[in-house]
Design a protein. Sequence first.
Length: 435
Amino acid sequence: MALIREELRITSITGLLSMELALPSYQRPYSWSVKSTNTLFIDTYEAFKDGITEYRLGSVILHKEDSGKYNIVDGQQRLTTLSILLFCLGDDTQGMFKEKYGKLSNDVIVTNFGVLCRRTNELPENEKEKYKEYLLKQCTTVQIVTDSEQEAFQFFDSQNSRGKELAPHDLLKSYHLREMNSEAEDLKVKIINQWENVNQEELDDLFKSYLYPLTQWYRRKGGLGYSSSKIDSFKGIKGANIYNYSVYHKASNLYVEQFNANGSNELLASKSLNQFQLTQPLIAGRRFFNYTLHYGELLEKIQKQINRFHKQNEIPDRRSGDIYIKQLYECSLLFFADRFGIDSLTQPVMQLLYSWSYSLRLVMHSVYPQTINKYSIGQHERLNYGIDMFSVISEMTDPEELKLIALKQPDIENNNKEKYNAVYELLSVWNRWWT
């Protein structure tokens, strides 16, 4: 019993759906969300419109029985959705509808059928048949077949990191690589080498603890719970998008790239232009990788500046709450430097943002991610209620405006004065709150 190597291949959707596929009883119900269903339509339709020769839809793992029937171990959700989409395009000969689905699956199928019918009905009549043929013949999957049910599950586990989903940044890497179809292969290799040379745990933390919260907090939204289901913030504007807002941002990015490549401009005061802003959408493809490296480097500069500016005991890090406060302080400096430049982090700026961040440490006996989240959007009832710092910074036009923020007097717990004495003493010198 083993992997059937002669059936390990890249196959078209036509080839896959022409096999005797079956849904084994152990399969979970069909449960794809409306969002996932719509995303599959958008991605495949844009690939069709862009003339991409082959569009890969991941892998499908099958267990082949002696009778010749192929049980679907992994890939049921995508194959069912594709079958619904093909049916909406007028193809009732392909697909998996001969299989018997349970009531839970049927309800979701009906919902997604309505979604895909609306989407396909929006297409010009002369495109529908061509798009259907594209789905059948030019969309492909990696077909993996074993003659052992146990081995099929083991392979499924290994493909999915033993049952764990891929890290969000890995999903983003795959997504943005697909957006680089027109780029030269040597450029792709160079970018991937740069990406892989970055510590992957640090990369995960960059998005989870810094970039995702910041892209939410300045809009007064919660920044918790970053996962693979919340990566849309970093998908950016696709190359095929021709709406006004997307053309504007693509043109702006192109100008900045050309300006930096060609040298200085007498009309501008800088020899080079900053290429990214956390308050602006990024461009899908190559620029996503540059965006990630840029903010990784900026965060490193911020952390070095903190080490130069503060004594070690002024940045406590023994407890998990201390780490959360430290990250909040780093986030505030990162966001400010992103808007005004690293040189804007003057002593008064660092003093105010440190005071804002570490006052919370003195007020709270315990600090949790939820504490940081509420405080960041000005909703913490114990301190600085109504001061949503990141939103305020995002609306500033001059770094001097930070001095206009009047922080509230904190109600400090007595035991925190002793536990965080260095923080208390520093803030006592900088501020007149306790004198």
